[in-house]
Design a protein. Structure first.
Lengths: 983, 416
C-alpha cells in the first residue's frame, strides 16, 4: 500500500485525503485524486511501462504531458478499452485498469524482443530491399510482417460512450492557460471581449506549476487560482480545462475536444481572433541507449515533484545542454533526492545558487546507460576519460521547442528558426492575421517577458476587436527563488561516442544510423527522410524528436536547420477519437430516415420495405396467411392494376414549387421541352439534362396558377435536382425572379391506377366531375376533400387510366383509407414498387438510375422528339456534339426472351455470341428485366447497339452463369398507342 | 544500379550499411533533353522509367518543383483496383493492374503491392444492381470480380456491422481479389531509382515557370534554374495541370478540389481487406504499419490548398463508425489533403494538345495512384511515338468537344 516515491510537499495538485486504487498489468496499486496514471506509477516505483514499436525495447515514462512517446497503454476492460493512450495524460480514477501494449507474454518477458537479434538487418526501409523473390512469396512475407504491426489492440465491442458536439462563437480564443494565456485572457476579458480559455490539462497554470516562483507576492498556485477566479466570475468568459485545441482550420475555425466525466465533447469554435499561448516542450538528448526506463526529461521531473509529490529516483544524474535543467537539480535536492552529477555538454556551467556541493562536469557527455529495464548507472566521458556514475534516474534536457503546431496548421511560412531556442518560433507576434503568438511559444524566455507578452497580446486582440477601453492589467511582480534559468540551448543534441542504439524518435525506433542511411541513399528532403525512416510519424507526431532529427540531418548535410526546414504540420495536435469526430451522427442518425405519412398502415398490412434514397418504400405486400413470394405477390398486385384498380403510395417523389415572375422562363431553360409553357392547370412530362447533354432527371411539371408551378422529381434525385436548380438560380441566372421551395414532405400522394380508377374517384369525390372531358389526361384540378385542399392530377406511370391525389401530409392516411373503402366494390388493392416496376417496364417507362445512367441522351431513349423550339436549355449545345449524334449509339430497345420462357438475367450484358467465358465486346446491357403478364413472357428494356427489330442477341451474366437469347422489339409491350391511359 | 535482395541486406549488415549507394543522383540540369517530364510524382517518374526502359529514350529529365513523390503520390489512400465499368477505363486500369503484379521485381524495389482484395459495398437494391452490372461488364473484359451477399461480406470482414439495424444495411458487395494496396512512397522512390539507373535526370526543387513555344510547337521550358530545351514535353502535374496549361496558352476542362484522408494510430492487424462504400461515403484499409487509412469524399469547392474543410472529415468518420462501430474509440492521428484534378466525366486526360510536342497526362481525380504503372507505360509509349497509345487514345482532350465522354462517376469510389 505504500508509495515509495511519494513525498510530502506544499502546493500539490493531488488530494492526499482521497486515495485511489488502480490496476496496471494485473497488479493493484494506490494513488491519489489528482494523479495521472504516469505519476501514480512513478510514485509506486514502476518505471517499465511499455515496449517500443519495432525492436520491443523496454520503455518507461519520458515526460509528463502530451509529448510522451513511450508510455502508451490500453485503458479499460479488455475489448471495451481504448488503445494507445498516454499514461501521462490519463487522470487517475478509482478502479482504473490499464495494460501495457505490444508485448507477449508479459511486459517483462516479451518474446517480441527477439527481433533485436535481427536488428542489424532492420535498418530504415529494409523492407523495400528484400522480400521480392520469388514474386509469389510476398503475400507470405507480408503475413509475418503484418503480425509485427501496430501498437495497441483495437477494441472488440461497440462503444456505448456518449459523444456530443457544440458550435461556439467567441471574440477571442486563448489556447493555453499558462502565464501568457492567463494574462491574455484577463486583459481581453477586462475589455469585455467574449473569451474562451482552453487548456489541455486538468490543472491550469502551465509551466508555473513546475517552477519555484512567487508572483505578485503569492505562490504560483495561489496566483493562478486568483486569476482564474477573476476570469470565471465574468459571464463573458468560458474556461475549458482538459480540452485540447487539436486543429486550426480556415476562416477562424478551431477544432476542440473536451474530456468530461460524461464523455467527450467536440467543440467547433469560430473565433474572431485567437491567442496562441501554447508554451514549449522539452527535447531529450540523443546518446547511446537513451531509451532506457529511468531516462526522463528534466522538466518532467520538476512537474512530478512539484505537482504530484513524486520523486522518480533516489540518486539522479542530469545531462543537459542548457541551464534550465539545473533547476531540476535544485528541485530534486529539495525533495530529498541525491544529485550524483550534472553532466553539461557546454564549456561553461552557469553558477546556480544552492548547487555548490553538486559535482558539475562540463564538456562532458553521457556515452552509455546501464540497466536494460531500469537505469542502474550512466557512463560519462569527460575529455578522454570515462567514468561510471551509479544512479537510478537520468534527467535529460536538450533544450525546448516552442509549440507552434496550431500556427503552422495553415502553412510553415509563419515560422523562422531561432538559434537561442535551437528551434522554430513564429516570425512575429501576429504571424497569421487575427492570430497572436505569445509567451514561450512566441520565443519569450523569462517569466516577466512571458507575462508581459500575454498582456500585450490580450490588449492587441481587444484593440483589433474594437473592444471598449479599460484599465490595463498591471504586470505582476515576479520573484524566483534562487534565480531564473534560461532555456537557451547549445546547438548540440547528439553524443557521437557509445556503442548502443541512439534513438532520435523513441516511439518509432528511429536511430541516428537510420537517418544517416537515408541521407547516404539520397533521401535529402526532410520529407523524404521522414517518410523513409518514419521519423516523427508516431502518435506523438515527433514532438520530442523532430527538431533533434532535423538538427542531425542538417549537420550531416552541412546545411543550416532552416535550410533543411520542417515537415508539414497537420492536425490533429493530439489524437482524437473517431467517435468524438463522428459525434452522434452515425448509426441510425447518419442520415434521417424518412417515412411516408401512410407508413404505419403499410406496416400493419404486411408491407415489405425497401430503401429508396432517404425513404423506406413498400416493395410489396405480404398478405397475412398467404405466404407469397415477392414475385407472386407483385404479379398479383400488377395484374390487379391492369384488370381492376390499385393504389400506391408515391409520397416519396420529390416535389418542388417554383414561383415568381420568371418561373416559366426558368423552367424553359431547365427542361428540354419548354415545360414553362404548359397550360394553366395542365401537367407536362419533362426531361432535364446535365450540362454535358446527358439525361439528369425526369418528372412532371404542373402549372398550379399564374407564375406558380409544381414539379416532381425522382425520389432519389430530389436533393440533386434542388441543388441543380438553386445553383442555376443563384449563380447562372441571378437576373431571373424565381423562388424555389422543396415541398416533398408536406404532401402525401397516392397513385390511383387501373380501368376502374375513375369510378373509384367518383365515389370518393361525388361532388366532382371526373369525366374524361372534365379532367382529361394530363389535367389538373384543385379540389376539396374532407375539408382540406387536395391536388388532383391525371397522370400515369403504369400505363393505365390513372390519377395522383395529393393532400397535406397529415391527411395522407385518411385519403388512403378512404380510397380503399371507395374502391372496395371494384377489388382495389395496394401495390408496391415491384409491381410498379412490372407495370412500367411493360409500358416502356424508364427509371433514372436504372435505365438511364450518365451516358444517355434523350435521342438514345426515344425522347429526342420532345425537344421544342430553338431557345437554349441546359445541355442543348452539348447535345449537338458529334459523339452524341452519331449513328450506332446504344439506344433504348425492348427484348423478349427468344424461347418465350427463359428469364432474362438482371444486370446482364448483351453480346453477339453465346457466352463461353472468352472475353467479348459488349453491345449493350439489360437495364430492366421483367415479366409481361400481357404477353406471358419474360421481357426487358435495355440499351443496345442494334440495327433492327427482330434481331437476336444474348443477354449474359457471367457472374451468375445465366444467359438468355433475346429478340429485339419495340420498348413498349402494352397499349403502345396509349389508349388506356387517355381513355 | 546496386541490386537489392535479402542476401544483399545481410551482406551490407556486416559492413553496418555504410556501403549502400545513393538511390538517385542529384544532377545539374543539362541544356537539352530528348524528352522533359514536368512533374516528379508517381506518374511522371513511371513515364520516365518506361521511356528509358521500353523505348530506349534515356536523355530524359523529370522536373519537379518540390520533392519527388510529394504530391498526391504521398497523400493517397494507396488503393489499387481495376474494376471500372466502361471498356475504355477498364482497359487502362487493368493494364496498370497487370504491371502492378510484377512491379517490385521489374524495378527491383519492393513496393509492397498487397493483393488483399477490395470490397465495394452495396446498401440498396439499386447499388446491388449496379454492382452486378459492373462485375458482369468486368468479366466480359477479363477482369476478375465476384458479387458477395451480406453473409459473404460478414465472413470476409467479421468486424463490420452487417446487421439489418444499420442505417444503410450492407446488402452485399463486389469483390475484386486481385485488387489491394501498395506502399505509395515506395512506388515513387522505386521508379525514381530505376529511372535514374537508366540515366534519367531527376531535377528536384526545379519549378517550370513557362514554356518556349514558337509557331505552335514547344521547344523547351523556362525554370527557376534556367531554360531547358526539349521538343517533346509531357506534363504530369495533377492538381497544377491547369496552371501549366495556362502557361502554354490553352485551357483544360479540369477542376481542382481538395481531397482529404486521415490515418488512425497504429493498431494490431484487424482489417485485412479494403472496404469501400460509395453510399455512405467512406473507405478504409489497414496498412502494414497498423494504421487505419481512411479516405473521404472530395470537398465541393475548388482550390489549390492541400487541406480541406473539417465537416468533410466529420461526415466521413460518421460513415466509418457506422460501418465499424468498434472503431469509435480508435483515434485519428493525422489528417491531410491533396489537390485532385477532376474531369467532368471522372476520367483522366492522356492527350496531345494544341501545342505540337506538348502532351498532358492529368485529370485523374480520385483514381490516380492505382493507375500509376499503366499511366506511365502508355504515356511513355505515346511520347516516344508521337501518337497516343491505343489504350490512351479514348482519353484525348478532344472528347470534351466531340462528346465521347466516358463517365466513371459510379466507379470513382467517392461521390463527385
Amino acid at each position: 500500500m505504500t508509495q515509495p516515491n511519494r513525498i510530502a510537499w506544499d502546493g500539490l495538485q493531488i488530494d492526499r485525503r482521497r486515495a485511489l486504487s488502480f490496476r496496471f498489468n494485473g497488479k493493484t496499486y494506490q494513488g491519489y485524486e489528482g494523479d495521472t496514471l504516469a505519476s501514480a506509477l512513478l510514485a509506486n516505483g514502476v518505471h517499465l511501462v511499455g515496449r517500443s514499436f519495432k525492436y520491443h525495447r523496454p520503455r518507461g515514462i519520458l515526460s509528463a504531458g502530451v509529448e510522451e512517446p513511450n508510455a502508451l497503454v490500453e485503458l479499460g476492460r479488455e475489448g471495451a478499452h481504448q488503445p494507445n493512450l498516454r499514461a501521462t495524460e490519463i487522470p487517475l480514477f478509482d478502479g482504473l485498469e490499464a495494460r501495457s501494449q505490444n508485448c507477449w507474454p508479459s511486459l517483462k518477458w516479451d518474446l517480441g524482443a527477439a527481433v533485436q537479434l535481427a536488428s542489424p538487418m532492420l535498418t530504415a526501409g529494409f523492407y523495400y530491399k528484400t522480400f521480392m523473390q520469388p514474386s509469389w512469396a510476398w503475400r507470405h512475407y507480408e503475413k509475418v510482417i503484418r503480425k509485427a504491426a501496430g501498437l495497441g489492440k483495437a477494441p472488440t465491442v461497440r462503444d456505448e460512450a456518449r459523444y456530443d458536439k457544440r458550435h461556439q462563437y467567441c471574440d477571442l480564443l486563448v489556447v493555453g492557460a499558462g502565464p501568457a494565456g492567463l494574462m491574455a485572457a484577463t486583459s481581453a476579458a477586462r475589455r469585455s471581449a467574449r473569451v474562451i480559455l482552453v487548456d489541455e490539462r486538468r490543472e491550469l497554470g502551465g509551466m508555473l506549476l513546475e517552477e519555484s516562483v512567487h508572483i505578485a507576492g503569492q505562490t504560483a498556485k495561489q496566483w493562478v487560482q486568483q486569476t482564474l477566479a477573476e476570469l470565471e466570475a465574468l459571464e463573458t468568459v468560458t474556461v475549458l480545462p482538459r480540452t485540447t485545441v487539436f486543429g486550426r482550420y480556415r476562416h477562424g475555425k478551431f477544432g476542440l475536444v473536451q474530456h468530461t466525466e460524461q464523455g467527450q465533447v467536440l467543440h467547433s469554435v469560430h473565433a474572431r481572433r485567437a491567442v496562441m499561448a501554447t508554451g514549449a516542450i522539452e527535447r531529450p538528448m540523443v546518446f547511446s541507449d537513451n531509451d532506457r526506463p529511468g531516462v526522463m526529461l528534466a522538466g518532467a521531473i520538476r512537474r512530478y515533484i512539484r505537482c504530484y509529490g513524486v520523486v522518480p529516483g533516489r540518486r539522479a544524474a542530469i545531462f543537459t545542454n542548457n541551464d534550465s535543467a539545473y533547476e531540476t537539480a535544485r528541485c530534486l535536492r529539495e525533495a530529498g533526492a541525491e544529485v550524483a552529477a550534472i553532466v553539461d555538454l557546454r564549456e561553461r556551467a552557469p553558477s546556480v545558487a544552492g548547487l555548490d556541493d553538486v559535482e558539475i562536469l562540463t564538456q562532458a557527455e553521457v556515452v552509455g546507460v546501464q540497466g536494460s529495464q531500469h537505469v542502474k548507472a550512466v557512463e560519462i566521458e569527460v575529455g578522454s576519460k570515462r567514468r561510471r556514475i551509479a544512479c537510478d534516474l537520468l534527467c535529460v534536457s536538450g533544450g525546448w521547442t516552442p509549440t507552434i503546431h496550431l500556427l503552422a496548421h495553415g502553412g510553415k511560412d509563419t515560422l523562422a528558426y531561432d538559434a537561442a531556442w535551437g528551434a522554430f518560433i513564429p516570425t512575429c507576434s501576429e504571424p497569421v492575421p487575427g492570430i497572436h503568438a505569445t509567451g514561450a511559444c512566441n520565443g519569450a524566455q523569462s517569466l516577466v517577458n512571458i507575462l508581459a507578452q500575454g498582456i500585450a497580446a490580450g490588449e492587441a486582440a481587444a484593440e483589433a476587436l474594437g473592444c471598449e477601453a479599460a484599465t490595463p492589467v498591471a504586470l505582476p511582480e515576479v520573484q524566483h527563488r534562487g534565480g531564473e534559468l534560461s532555456p537557451s540551448a547549445a546547438p548540440v543534441c547528439e553524443v557521437r561516442g557509445g556503442r548502443g542504439k541512439k534513438f532520435v524518435d523513441l516511439q518509432d525506433d528511429v536511430t541516428v544510423r537510420d537517418l544517416e542511411l537515408a541521407l547516404r541513399e539520397g533521401y535529402r528532403s526532410i520529407e523524404h527522410v521522414k517518410r523513409y525512416t518514419t521519423l516523427g510519424m508516431g502518435t506523438d507526431q515527433g514532438r520530442t524528436s523532430n527538431i533533434n532529427g532535423m538538427r542531425i540531418v542538417a549537420e550531416r548535410l552541412g546545411k543550416r536547420i532552416d535550410e533543411v526546414g520542417t515537415t508539414t504540420f497537420r492536425p490533429p495536435f493530439t489524437p482524437v477519437s473517431l467517435g468524438a469526430l463522428a459525434g452522434r451522427e452515425s448509426d441510425r442518425r447518419l442520415d434521417v430516415l424518412r417515412r411516408s405519412p401512410i407508413h404505419d398502415w403499410h406496416v400493419r398490412n404486411g408491407a415489405v420495405f425497401m430503401p429508396s434514397g432517404l425513404w423506406l418504400r413498400p416493395q410489396y405486400y405480404r398478405r397475412p396467411g398467404h405466404g407469397e413470394t415477392l414475385t407472386e405477390a407483385a404479379r398479383k398486385e400488377a395484374a390487379n392494376v391492369r384488370d381492376k384498380v390499385g393504389i400506391a403510395d408515391v409520397s416519396t417523389l420529390g416535389k418542388i414549387e417554383v414561383q415568381g415572375r420568371d418561373a416559366a422562363e426558368f423552367l424553359n431553360r431547365l427542361y428540354i421541352n419548354r415545360c414553362g409553357n404548359v397550360g394553366l392547370h395542365k401537367a407536362r412530362y419533362g426531361v432535364m439534362l446535365r450540362e454535358d447533354g446527358f439525361v439528369f432527371d425526369d418528372g412532371t411539371v404542373v402549372k398550379l396558377a399564374d407564375n406558380r408551378y409544381l414539379i416532381s422529381t425522382t425520389t432519389v434525385n430530389a436533393g440533386a435536382v434542388l441543388s441543380h436548380m438553386e445553383f442555376h438560380q443563384q449563380m447562372v441566372w441571378p437576373e431571373l425572379s424565381v423562388h424555389i421551395e422543396p415541398v416533398t414532405e408536406q404532401w402525401a400522394v397516392v397513385a390511383l391506377a387501373g380501368p376502374a380508377s375513375r369510378e373509384v374517384l367518383a365515389r370518393l369525390m361525388p361532388e366532382e366531375d371526373v369525366s374524361n372531358q372534365a379532367l382529361p389526361f394530363l389535367g389538373y384540378r384543385e379540389v376539396c376533400f374532407q375539408g382540406v385542399t387536395t391536388r388532383l392530377f391525371r397522370i400515369s406511370f403504369s400505363g393505365e387510366l390513372a390519377y395522383e391525389i395529393a393532400v397535406p401530409a397529415d391527411h395522407g392516411l385518411t385519403l388512403w383509407e378512404a380510397l380503399l373503402e371507395a374502391g372496395e366494390p371494384f377489388g382495389i388493392m395496394p401495390y408496391g414498387l415491384e409491381a410498379m416496376d412490372y407495370l412500367r417496364i411493360e409500358k416502356g417507362h424508364l427509371i433514372i438510375g436504372t435505365d438511364i445512367d450518365g451516358r444517355v441522351t434523350p435521342h438514345d431513349i426515344g425522347l429526342g422528339g420532345m425537344i421544342r423550339g430553338d431557345d437554349d436549355f441546359i445541355g442543348r449545345r452539348s447535345l449537338q456534339r458529334p459523339a452524341l449524334t452519331e449513328e450506332g449509339r446504344p439506344r433504348l430497345v425492348g427484348f423478349v426472351s427468344a424461347d418465350g420462357e427463359t428469364p432474362i438475367p438482371a444486370s446482364a450484358q448483351l453480346v453477339a455470341e453465346r457466352w463461353t467465358g472468352t472475353p467479348q465486346d459488349s453491345l449493350g446491357r439489360i437495364t430492366s428485366p421483367g415479366f409481361s403478364p400481357v404477353l406471358d413472357c419474360p421481357i426487358a428494356l435495355g440499351l443496345a447497339e442494334v440495327e433492327a427489330e427482330g434481331g437476336s442477341l444474348y443477354a449474359v451474366s457471367p457472374l451468375t452463369g445465366e444467359q438468355a437469347e433475346v429478340t429485339v422489339t419495340r420498348p413498349v409491350f402494352h397499349d403502345p398507342k396509349g389508349e388506356r391511359l387517355r381513355g | 544500379m546496386q541490386r537489392y535482395s535479402g542476401f544483399g541486406l545481410v551482406k551490407h549488415a556486416l559492413s553496418h550499411h555504410e556501403n549502400w549507394q545513393r538511390q538517385w543522383r542529384n544532377p545539374t540540369p543539362k541544356k537539352e533533353y530528348d524528352v522533359i517530364i514536368v512533374g516528379g510524382g508517381g506518374h511522371g517518374l513511371a513515364t520516365a522509367y518506361y521511356l528509358a526502359k521500353e523505348h530506349g529514350i534515356k536523355n530524359v529529365a523529370v522536373i519537379e518543383k518540390g520533392w519527388l513523390g510529394g504530391g498526391n503520390t504521398a497523400r493517397n489512400t494507396t488503393i489499387v483496383r481495376s474494376n471500372y465499368l466502361w471498356d475504355e477505363a477498364a482497359a487502362l486500369y487493368e493494364h496498370a493492374m497487370k504491371l502492378w503484379e510484377g512491379l517490385s521485381q521489374d524495378i527491383n524495389y519492393n513496393v509492397m503491392f498487397s493483393q488483399r482484395g477490395v470490397l465495394n459495398l452495396g446498401h440498396t437494391l439499386q447499388d446491388m444492381r449496379d454492382i452486378q452490372r459492373r462485375v458482369n461488364a468486368n468479366r466480359l473484359n477479363g477482369i476478375d470480380g465476384e458479387v458477395l451477399d451480406a453473409k459473404g461480406v460478414q465472413e470476409l470482414v467479421p468486424i463490420m456491422d452487417c446487421s439489418k439495424n444499420a442505417r444503410y444495411p450492407v446488402m452485399g458487395a463486389s469483390w475484386q481479389p486481385r485488387a489491394g494496396v501498395a506502399r505509395h512512397d515506395a512506388v515513387a522512390w522505386g521508379y525514381a531509382r530505376a529511372a535514374d539507373a537508366h540515366g534519367v535526370d531527376l531535377l528536384q526543387n526545379t519549378e517550370v515557370t513557362g514554356f518556349k513555344i514558337r509557331d505552335g510547337r514547344v521547344y523547351g521550358v523556362h525554370t527557376n534554374r534556367g531554360d531547358i530545351a526539349a521538343k517533346t514535353i509531357g506534363c504530369v502535374a495533377a492538381g497544377n495541370s491547369g496552371v501549366l496549361a495556362k502557361m502554354a496558352g490553352f485551357k483544360l476542362p479540369l477542376e481542382s478540389h481538395p481531397l482529404q484522408a486521415l490515418v488512425s494510430e497504429p493498431l494490431k492487424p484487424i482489417l485485412d481487406t479494403v472496404v469501400m462504400s460509395n453510399h455512405v461515403h467512406g473507405y478504409i484499409s489497414q496498412s502494414d504499419k497498423g494504421d487505419l487509412v481512411i479516405g473521404a469524399g472530395i470537398d465541393g469547392y475548388n482550390g489549390y490548398g492541400q487541406r480541406g474543410s473539417f465537416p468533410t472529415v466529420e461526415h466521413t468518420l460518421q460513415a466509418i463508425v457506422e460501418m465499424f462501430p468498434i472503431f469509435s474509440r480508435v483515434r485519428m492521428n493525422r489528417q491531410w489533403g491533396g489537390i485532385v484534378d477532376t474531369c467532368p466525366d471522372a476520367c483522366p486526360i492522356l492527350s496531345k494538345t494544341p501545342v505540337k510536342g506538348l502532351f498532358f497526362n492529368c485529370g485523374w481525380g480520385t483514381g490516380g495512384f492505382k493507375a500509376t504503372p499503366g499511366s506511365g507505360h502508355v504515356f511513355a509509349a505515346s511520347l516516344a511515338k508521337g501518337e497516343m497509345h491505343p489504350i490512351a487514345a479514348p482519353f484525348s482532350i478532344d472528347r470534351f468537344h466531340s462528346g465521347a465522354l466516358i463517365d466513371e462517376h459510379g466507379a470513382a469510389g467517392v461521390a463527385h
